[in-house]
Design a protein around this ligand. Structure first.
Ligand SMILES: Nc1ncnc2c1ncn2[C@@H]1O[C@H](COP(=O)(O)OP(=O)(O)OP(=O)(O)O)[C@@H](O)[C@H]1O
Ligand SMILES: [Mg+2]
Length: 336
């Protein structure tokens, strides 16, 4: 797909007026319940940071207050997607107790209503965060005083990455229409499912059964999440019922990035149905994004793509996804 087609996206420009525009919407009153959105997907380089920053800008331009947090502690670079210099203070300063409050970490961006917290600026890795550091980081994230808190997660399926993904009100899986990315997305969903199960198991005292189920060669013949839940329901109907209820609350969203053809768009529907059938996890396909040279061109200029190229088709696509996620329902995803 090509760069800006000026005649195509006038509507988007009206909705996302240029920087410093007089017509920029005023900040709306804060939501009663703030919302955390987390972006994951298992594989590196699928566009998580580009998507997180663009959706953050979209939300802010709608008048919501937004904080984006770079949780890719090993390789924090979200500031580049947002077009800001790496701030002096980062999450590691909070974790190491060098800043008194979490709020002190929030740096402004060029977009009104949009703040940013930088990831670690040293070798601290999210996988190494344990115990009280992890807990206090989670509490601090929940206490950020903006309508929306967006978490850009690193690649992989470490316990901590999964916990931040599951902490969110909207957990968003970013995937490319490529076999390796799709495989990684399934691995990520499976890991998140079993992580949730492990957390529940602690509360329900079902540790032994879940541990057996995690062992793929288990003698119980449990092979899929459905097998596991049915087995638990058989041995302990009350725990089984709670298990089913809690797992039915799991809800993931899916974005397919870098589409080039209509069949790429269809991939999102297939991934969604596999997640639902095999894992029993409610999954919404909230939208897709074109492969667009504007993305790397903006990245080279260290500018967010939807600000640098306000006429590109991605602007409208981000707007649709933002609406699908804020209104908490799926758009009907159809080919172009
Ligand atoms: N829709 C798109 N069109 C063209 N290029 C894209 C698109 N989305 C992402 N890219 C390119 O893909 C690369 C990876 O994007 P990004 O850094 O956002 O991925 P990531 O998932 O955050 O990676 P990491 O796991 O390393 O943090 C960037 O070079 C970006 O320019
Ligand atoms: Mg990234």
């Amino acid at each position: 797909m090509s760069l800006a087609d000026k005649s195509q996206s006038n509507a988007a420009v009206e909705l996302f007026p240029a920087r410093n525009s007089q017509s920029e919407p005023q900040t709306r009153s804060p939501l009663k319940n703030k919302k955390i959105w987390a972006f994951g997907g298992g594989k590196g380089g699928v566009g998580k940071s580009m998507i997180t920053s663009s959706l953050g800008i979209s939300l802010a331009r709608m008048g919501h207050s937004v904080t984006i947090i770079d949780l890719d502690l090993g390789g924090a670079n979200l500031h580049t997607s947002l077009g800001v210099a790496a701030p002096t203070n980062s999450l590691s300063d909070f974790i190491e107790g060098r800043v008194p409050t979490f709020e002190k970490l929030i740096s402004p961006t060029e977009v009104r209503n949009l703040g940013f917290i930088s990831g670690a600026n040293d070798s601290l890795n999210i996988a190494n965060l344990e115990g009280s550091s992890r807990e206090s980081l989670m509490q601090a994230i929940k206490s950020v005083p903006t309508d929306y808190i967006l978490l850009d997660l690193g690649a992989g399926t470490t316990k901590n990455t999964l916990d931040f993904f599951l902490l969110a009100d909207q957990s968003i899986i970013c995937v490319l229409p490529e076999a390796t990315s799709i495989e990684n997305a399934y691995r990520f969903v499976k890991a998140a499912f079993y992580r949730r199960l492990k957390i529940l198991e602690d509360n329900l005292g079902m540790k032994k059964i879940v541990d057996e189920a995690m062992d793929h060669k288990n003698r119980l013949g449990i092979r899929t999440p459905f097998d596991l839940i049915n087995y638990v329901a058989k041995v302990d109907p009350i725990a089984g019922k709670t298990f089913k209820l809690e797992l039915s609350k799991m809800h993931f969203n899916l974005i397919v990035n870098q589409i080039r053809t209509n069949s790429d768009i269809e991939i999102g529907h297939s991934v969604k149905s596999v997640c639902q059938k095999y894992f029993g996890v409610n999954t919404e396909y909230v939208g897709y994004l074109d492969y667009d040279n504007a993305v790397w061109q903006a990245m080279r200029k260290r500018r967010p793509v939807i600000l640098e190229y306000p006429y590109c088709h991605l602007v409208t696509q981000f707007l649709k996804i933002t609406r699908a996620l804020t209104e908490n329902h799926a758009q009907t995803v159809v080919p172009l």
